[in-house]
Design a protein around this ligand. Structure first.
Ligand code: NI
Length: 167
């Protein structure tokens, strides 16, 4: 199993819209396994297929302390949301940048597992925020795009600097 290359903001491919999964086959299971391994290796608490340039509605998450509670959401859909959360977010596609985005405190998500079985998940706090963050990726939106124009300029400058340093 290979670790996947995570796209870095402002890569234009992060703005593609993911299509729903229609076939639940071995290729999907392999994708999910690679996404999970890439997320754990980073390490991160969430990864959307969009971030590895696969434009299908698949996300993996694990907000547990011991990294033993993998959540896989295929074709996720928020069916209920309430409250307001302001947890600081980070993103594997925007390394070194953390900021607060206003999200719902609780969400109810309907999704499919890797075998195509539908289920409903109720989440709150960090998991709820993480789900909303990853679902944004599937719509082609990166969390920093919720920030003010000034902050976004600063993020782009910071990332350009990181890139020059690593070149
Ligand atoms: Ni992200």
């Amino acid at each position: 199993m290979a670790l996947l290359n995570v796209l870095r903001y402002p890569d234009a491919r992060l703005h593609k819209t993911a299509s729903p999964v229609t076939v639940f086959d071995e290729a999907l299971k392999t994708l999910i396994q690679s996404l999970a391994e890439t997320m754990y290796a980073a390490p991160g608490i969430g990864l959307a297929a969009t971030q590895v340039d696969v434009h299908k509605q698949v996300i993996v998450l694990d907000v547990s302390e011991h990294h033993d509670a993998l959540v896989v959401l295929v074709n996720p859909e928020i069916v209920d949301a309430s409250g307001v959360s302001d947890i600081e977010e980070g993103c594997l596609s925007v390394p070194g940048v953390y900021d607060i985005v206003e999200r719902a405190e609780r969400v109810k998500v309907r999704a499919y597992d890797q075998s195509g079985k539908q289920f409903t998940l109720e989440a709150q706090g960090l998991l709820a925020v993480c789900i909303q963050h990853e679902m944004d990726h599937l719509k082609g939106k990166v969390f920093v795009e919720h920030l003010s124009q000034l902050k976004q300029q600063r993020v782009r400058a910071k990332l350009a600097k990181q890139l020059r340093k690593s070149a």
